[in-house]
Design a protein around this ligand. Sequence first.
Ligand SMILES: Cc1ncc(COP(=O)(O)O)c(C=O)c1O
Length: 505
Amino acid sequence: MSVDVNAGSSGEAGITEPPAPVAGAELAGGHAGPARLSALVGTAVQAIAAGVAERGGPAPAREPCALAEQVRDTMGEALPELGTGAEEALSCLTRMLAAGSVDPSDPACAAHLHCPPLAVAAVADLVSATLNPSLDSWDQAPAATTVEREVVAALAELAGYRPERAAGVLTGGGTESNLMGLALARDAALRELAGVEPAYEGVSGPACRMRVFCSTAAHFSVQRNAALLGLGEASVTAVPVDDRHRMDTTALCRALRRCEDSPAIIVATAGTTDLGAIDPLPEVAELANEYGAWLHTDAAYGGGALLSEELAPLLDGIALSDSIALDLHKLGWQPIAAGVFLAGEGYAMEPLARRVAYLNPADDEAAGYDGLLGRSLRTTRRADAFKIAVTMRALGRRGLGELVDRCHALARYIATQIASHPALELAAEPALTTVVFRYRAFGHPDRVNAALRRRLLRRGSAVVGRTELSGEVWLKLTLLHPGAARTDADALLNDIVIAGTEEDG
Ligand SMILES: Cc1ncc(COP(=O)(O)O)c(C=O)c1O
């Protein structure tokens, strides 16, 4: 039978013409994708430049209400009946977003562990978005599955694990990696000590006695995750820190002894959010071993130090942990998200394994079509490993280590400037790339420091972090800009002092 390919919409032969394209709905991939994409990327890049120029500094100089109103005005109806087309929508909203964003690529934007992404990583992220591999089955991510395995193996080796025994997965960030660490620790402890499978039976009986130990400076996700896992926030014992803000192992030992009858999880922190303090990992590991506790190390921030020859020794002993959280969207210059969870022994991840008919049938797996579903808490999952693979290849460990060293050196420089400035007070020597300090106010230091930070934000001239130490308000600079110069740091401190004087007046 001959088929008329030019026949109308439903010819006798049952052949249909492709429907006419909907304006703005052209696909990113396929043969026509690259040309279409390069036109739209050009539009987006121009709009970013226009928005950045409109902002004119590290942050939008607007009060929150005024900024929200401007965003709403620009957006108009979020779901209009008729679309405006890809160019207009991309151009208009990109410009608005760029103008209304804080820019971590500006040295005066130094508040959070919110890094300026490398251009190479951002473009690699666009590649992932375009090709859209999903890591929940091999047939959605044939090459990306291996890319993720290789990236995980390389990072496991960097942490000192044996890559042939270790396993891991890309996550949404430190919070999710810490959740995985606690979940696997809970499952392992209860299976071993009480013969309970909490993944199946739920958390009752011995799980109710489970204790989690972390330092008072650990990330709040430890408590939040304990709540999510049914252990309850009350199961978390916050162990005091020593004079360097690291977990006090004598206090940890006492706390473990008090709860000897309970299954225990220890969460060490390698790089606390504010001061970058690194818990004494070998001693903590020794106690974990003595008390049969799972040791998870939250290196979401400090894990970047592994890239640096100078700083890596600070993390000696990290490989003694049962699991580790790393975050390359912090000290790794990746666009969000680039979280990594690692387990020293791959079998520890078995509780996550699932057999799902539409994703990983056993005969597919036996034939080599082996995906990563059983590694993750998620199902559909982006190929975040790709941008990391591209970055690691582009810069190598040495190049990335140099970026870490530059940020650390700048933090040390800023700390010396603060320590010798009559109007500023340094909280502690920087361990990694954060500097905590405050303005010495004559009036009310807490009010003045809080207000000076908002003043800088309102002006759009700087984005400075804020935290509390012993109940007092302190300021924080998180240095993640590897190209920032000492003169940038001097200008930022000067701006802070001027704002402090204005608020203190
Ligand atoms: C030490 C530490 N752990 C975990 C997290 C949470 O990471 P994420 O924000 O990527 O979930 C942070 C965030 O700053 C952190 O500093």
